[in-house]
Design a protein around this ligand. Structure first.
Ligand code: ADP
Length: 489
C-alpha cells in the first residue's frame, strides 16, 4: 500500500530515520572506544559497511596517530570528568585512507553510580567551513601583500601620493609626501595635514573634500599648502575612487602636485588679457563708429569695390569686437563681476531663436528634439551665449558632421540642454580640461583658431546659475556638450 503524504512525512521524521539520516554523523562507543552503533550518514562519509565497523573498530582507529594520542591523553579523561565535551577537532580517516576535518561532540552515558557505560559521539564535517576560512585567509594575505607592494613602490615614486578609506579618511601618504612637508610621527595625522593648509582655505578645502568624496567620482581640488620653505604655494589634489564589485567605494588613491608656476602663468595671462582688452575696446568702438558713418555716406557714383571694402571692414571689426568681448568676459569673471539678470523665459523658444540666427546652410544641419516649451528663470542673454557657443563649436570642430542635434530634456528638478555632433570626437585625456580657461586641444596645423575661453565662460555662467556643464565624447563618433539648469531658481 502506498503511503499518503502525512504518513510519508511521519516516517521520514521519526526518531530512528532522523538518527540514521541526520545531517551529521552519530556513533556510540563502549568505554574502551569500541564502536557499538553508528548511523548511515557517518557510514556513508567513512565508506564502510556497518558490519565492518560495529564491534570491530574503535573510535581511535579512525584517527591519525596524533589524534589517537590526543583522545587518550586529553579527550577521554575530560569525558569522564565533565560528561559532555564539545567541539574538539579531529581529522577522521575514511576507508580509502583519505580524511576529512571534523568537529566532535561527546556525551557520556553513566550508570547510577556514575560509572561510565558508554559515550555518544556527534561528528560534523567541516571541510566546507575550512575551505571558506582558507579562502578568506588567502584573500587577506593577498590584500596585505598588495598593500605592502603598493607602499614599497609608491615610496620610491617622485610624486606625492596619498590613499584614503572609502569615507575619505586619509590612511597613507608616501615617503615623498611626508618628507616634502616635513610630517613627523604618524604622517596621516589629520591635525598635522590640516595645519599645512592656508588658514583662509581650510573650511572651503574641507567642504570641497567632502563633496569630492560624496560625488563618488574622480575629483580635483586646488589649495594652498605650506611648503618646506614655510611659504604657501598652490597645489592640485586629485582623487580617484576604487570600487568593489557592489559599487561601494573601498578606497581612494590620490596625488598632490605643486602647480604654483601654472597659477602664476595664468595670473600673468589674465593680467595681459585684462589690460589689452580694455586698451583695445575704446579705439575699436571708435573704428566701428567711423566705419558705420562711412557706410552710410557711400554714394552710388563710387566704384562698387568701395562698398565691398567697407562691408568687409565692418565684418572684420565685428569679429575683433567679438574676441574682445570674450576677453572682457573673462576679465569680469576673474574679478568676480559676472552678475546675472534673471528673468522668466521659454528655454525652447530661446534655443529655436539661437538656431534661427545661423546661416541657412548651418540651419539645415541643425535638428531640434525634446520639449515644445519650458519656462525657466535665468539670465536669458547669458544662457543664449552658452547655447550659441556650443553650436558654434560643433560647427567649427565637427565640420563634416551632417547633423547637429540640439536636445532639451527634463531630469528630475533640472533641465538639460545638449548639443550633439557626429564629428571626430575628443581624446579622453583632454576631456577633463576643456572647460579650463585658455585650454585648447592641440590644433597645431589645423585651421581652427580660438582663444580657448569659450567653454570656460560657458562653465562659469552655468556655475553661477547653480547648474553643471559636461561633455561625453567618443573618438570617431562625435561629442555631446551639455549643461543643466535647476528648474526652481
Ligand atoms: P576655442 O574654440 O577658442 O578653442 P573653447 O573653450 O570654445 O575654445 O573650446 C576649447 C576646446 O574644446 C577647443 O579648442 C576644441 O579643442 C574643443 N572642442 C570644443 N567643442 C568641440 C567639439 N564639438 N568637438 C571637438 N572638440 C571641441
Amino acid at each position: 500500500m502506498e503511503h499518503s503524504s502525512p504518513d510519508l512525512l511521519a516516517s521520514l521524521t521519526d526518531g530512528e530515520t532522523l538518527y540514521q539520516d541526520a545531517p551529521c554523523g552519530y556513533f556510540s562507543c563502549l568505554p574502551d572506544g569500541k564502536i557499538i552503533k553508528i548511523n548511515r550518514t557517518l557510514l556513508r562519509w567513512l565508506q564502510y559497511d556497518e558490519s565492518e565497523l560495529v564491534g570491530q573498530f574503535k573510535f581511535t582507529d579512525l584517527l591519525s596517530k596524533g589524534g589517537h594520542l590526543y583522545f587518550q591523553m586529553f579527550h577521554y579523561p575530560l569525558i569522564k570528568l565533565k560528561r559532555q565535551v564539545n567541539e574538539l577537532s579531529y581529522d577522521i580517516y575514511r576507508k580509502n585512507g583519505t580524511f576529512f576535518p571534523a568537529l566532535v561532540n561527546t556525551l557520556a552515558i553513566n550508570d547510577l553510580t556514575g560509572e561510565l557505560l558508554a559515550f555518544n559521539v556527534a561528528v560534523t564535517d567541516i571541510t566546507d567551513r575550512k575551505s571558506y576560512e582558507t579562502e578568506l585567509l588567502n584573500a587577506k594575505r593577498l590584500a596585505e601583500a598588495e598593500k605592502s607592494r603598493f607602499e614599497f613602490v609608491s615610496d620610491f615614486i617622485p610624486e606625492m601620493i596619498w590613499t584614503a578609506e572609502g569615507d575619505g579618511k586619509i590612511n597613507y601618504v608616501n615617503r615623498r609626501f611626508s618628507n616634502y612637508f616635513n610630517l613627523s610621527g604618524k604622517s596621516t595625522d589629520l591635525q598635522q595635514i590640516i595645519a599645512l593648509i592656508f588658514p583662509a582655505d581650510r573650511l572651503s578645502t574641507l567642504r570641497s573634500w567632502i563633496s569630492g568624496i560624496r560625488s563618488k567620482h574622480d575629483f580635483e581640488l586646488r589649495l594652498r599648502l605650506k611648503d618646506p620653505s614655510g611659504q604657501y604655494a598652490w597645489y592640485l589634489l586629485k582623487g580617484l575612487p576604487f570600487q568593489d564589485e557592489n559599487g561601494v567605494i573601498e578606497r581612494w588613491l590620490g596625488s598632490c602636485s605643486n602647480i604654483e608656476n601654472h597659477i602664476r602663468e595664468l595670473e600673468k595671462r589674465d593680467e595681459f588679457v585684462s589690460v589689452t582688452s580694455h586698451e583695445l575696446k575704446t579705439p575699436l568702438t571708435g573704428l566701428k563708429a567711423s566705419l558705420q558713418v562711412l557706410e552710410r555716406t557711400l554714394v552710388p557714383e563710387l566704384p562698387p569695390i568701395f562698398a565691398k571694402m567697407v562691408g568687409q571692414s565692418i565684418r572684420n571689426a565685428n569679429k575683433i569686437s567679438g574676441f574682445i568681448d570674450e576677453l572682457l568676459n573673462v576679465t569680469r569673471l576673474n574679478e568676480g563681476q559676472l552678475t546675472l539678470k534673471k528673468q522668466s523665459f521659454d528655454l525652447v523658444e530661446l534655443a529655436r531663436d539661437c538656431i534661427g540666427n545661423f546661416p541657412t546652410e548651418i540651419i539645415e544641419k541643425l535638428r531640434f528634439s525634446g520639449l515644445n516649451t519650458l519656462p525657466i528663470m535665468a539670465d536669458q542673454d547669458r544662457v543664449e551665449q552658452v547655447i550659441v557657443n556650443y553650436i558654434s563649436n560643433a560647427i567649427k570642430y565637427a565640420p563634416a558632421s551632417e547633423i547637429i542635434e540640439l536636445i532639451i530634456e527634463v531630469l528630475e528638478n533640472t533641465v538639460r540642454l545638449s548639443v550633439k555632433d557626429k564629428g571626430p570626437g575628443i581624446v579622453p585625456e583632454k576631456i577633463p580640461h576643456l572647460f579650463e580657461r585658455y585650454y585648447r586641444a592641440d590644433h597645431s596645423g589645423s585651421p581652427y583658431s580660438g582663444l580657448g575661453l569659450g567653454l570656460y565662460i560657458c562653465a562659469e555662467i552655468i556655475k553661477k546659475h547653480h547648474g553643471k556643464t559636461g561633455v561625453a565624447s567618443e573618438l570617431g563618433k562625435g561629442s555631446t556638450f551639455w549643461f543643466t539648469l535647476p528648474l526652481k531658481s
